[in-house]
Design a protein around this ligand. Structure first.
Ligand SMILES: NC(=O)c1ccc[n+]([C@@H]2O[C@H](COP(=O)([O-])OP(=O)(O)OC[C@H]3O[C@@H](n4cnc5c(N)ncnc54)[C@H](OP(=O)(O)O)[C@@H]3O)[C@@H](O)[C@H]2O)c1
Length: 371
């Protein structure tokens, strides 16, 4: 925190009131999520989804695993986009045998994707787009929160939370636009977090290395989640209604998953002791499933586009639309995050417009880059 504006007038951090309000949101969600979501069924009932093709990143554990399984059981063609193909194939085998006798075999496949490598992301998109098949739902679920660990960088040179939680999903979303437009009406669902309320993105220091802010995993995580909301806001504003692609961020709630695997043992033990407050992964999957399937979402997104503030739809853990943080409403920063992100992921600034026109866009990463 500290000084909140630079001499040039640019903001350098959250004001203390914003920071305090942010923490209140986080604490409120932790304590009251079960009460505020008490109207929801568990699992969330889904309509038949036989006409949908859905890509879900990070579907080998936690929330993503639940999303993949439930979408597949509702009849969708599910693509598990994962870095551990063996784990995904083992899961498919298990789900198929548990499902046998209840209907047609589940329509699930595995494709390899490592978000710590932007080459891997670009290659994944090249492979998917080469099918010339429609894509109806992309769920950017995979994420990391390396609590208490020292700062780490991907081989692309980016701070790992920023890369896995924001930059790589941003590249995936843009490069898959041709398939999403083919599948329109379609949706990009970003599994975000209430933690974005305490995040701040310094576009001059996305890697948090300048020393202006002390790096902690909380800074890395919350900034990456805010960057995703800000980027999503500009993306949704840039996509014309005719493209038919809705962009939604969701908060899953506080969920008992492997995300806690890096916590100190004693904190992990405490985590297990408070099951009343913490959602199961199935409960945590409801907001993403709602955003992926509720029929009113496209209309809601279009309504938001007409707003003075171009902020993307944000669905809370109780499946109600909510306002993202004050900082997410900062248009100036959101556009800076948009431009900086495109620069870091190696795409031209007019990528979205060109892809909508059906033109090719060259990316610094992936097979194209080597031609
Ligand atoms: N749990 C919570 O309380 C909570 C709260 C708010 C938001 N969220 C968000 O919810 C999302 C899902 O998290 P979760 O709680 O379900 O955590 P999780 O159980 O740890 O699952 C994360 C998934 O992401 C995958 N992943 C991690 N790094 C990857 C990479 N480099 N490339 C490809 N896949 C990668 C993991 O694959 P591997 O198994 O191969 O590592 C795993 O399948 C995340 O975006 C998280 O930030 C969670």
């Amino acid at each position: 925190m500290g000084k909140t504006t630079s001499s040039s007038g640019g903001k350098q951090g959250l004001g203390w009131m914003e920071w305090l309000r942010g923490w209140l949101y986080v604490i409120y969600e932790m304590l009251f999520q079960r009460i505020s979501a008490s109207h929801l069924q568990n699992p969330l009932p889904l309509p038949p989804l036989h006409d949908l093709t859905c890509i879900i990143t990070g579907s080998t554990s936690g929330i993503g695993l639940q999303i993949a399984r439930q979408l597949a059981e509702a009849g969708a063609h599910v693509v598990m986009a994962v870095r551990n193909s063996k784990a995904a194939n083992d899961l498919i085998q298990k789900w198929q045998s548990e499902w046998s006798g209840k209907g047609l075999p589940l329509n699930i496949e595995v494709m390899e994707l490592d978000l710590l490598s932007l080459d891997s992301v670009a290659r994944f998109c090249e492979a998917w787009n080469a099918r010339s098949a429609p894509l109806h739902v992309l769920i950017n679920n995979a994420g990391i929160f390396s609590i208490g660990e020292p700062q780490k960088f991907s081989k692309d040179g980016y701070e790992e939370h920023m890369q896995v939680n924001h930059l790589a999903p941003a590249l995936l979303s843009i490069l898959l636009l041709p398939s999403l437009i083919r599948g329109s009406p379609s949706r990009i669902v970003n599994v975000n977090s209430v933690m974005h309320y305490i995040g701040f993105v310094d576009t001059e220091d996305m890697n948090v290395v300048s020393g202006k802010r002390k790096y902690t995993s909380l800074v890395g995580y919350s900034s990456s989640k805010l960057a995703q909301v800000q980027f999503s806001s500009v993306l949704h504003k840039r996509l014309p209604a005719e493209a038919g692609v809705s962009v939604v961020c969701v908060s899953p709630g506080v969920v008992q998953t492997n995300v806690a695997r890096d916590l100190p043992r004693i904190v992990q033990a405490a985590y297990h002791l408070i099951p009343y407050f913490i959602f199961t992964p199935q409960e945590g999957s409801r907001s993403a499933l709602f955003a992926a399937t509720d029929p009113q979402i496209p209309e809601y997104c279009e309504m938001l586009k007409a707003d003075e503030w171009p902020v993307s739809a944000f669905i809370s853990q109780d499946c109600n639309p909510t306002n993202p943080s004050e900082e997410a409403h900062n248009i100036e920063t959101s556009y800076r995050v948009w431009e900086k992100t495109l620069e870091l992921i190696g795409l031209p600034l007019d990528s979205v417009e060109r892809l909508i026109e059906g033109e090719e866009v060259k990316c610094r990463y992936g097979g194209q880059a080597e031609e």
